[in-house]
Design a protein. Structure first.
Length: 41
């Protein structure tokens, strides 16, 4: 049972780290997309 808790904790840490690392690049991509949409004729 403890093994499952450790595994879930490890997966949660990986997901959180991925969200933090990829979050900045995703925000910049979305802001670029948004500015392109605003400037579209």
């Amino acid at each position: 049972m403890v093994e499952y808790a450790l595994l879930i904790g490890l997966i949660a840490l990986i997901v959180i780290a991925g969200a933090i690392l990829l979050g900045d690049s995703l925000v910049s991509d979305f802001s670029e997309f948004g500015s392109e949409v605003e400037n579209a004729p």
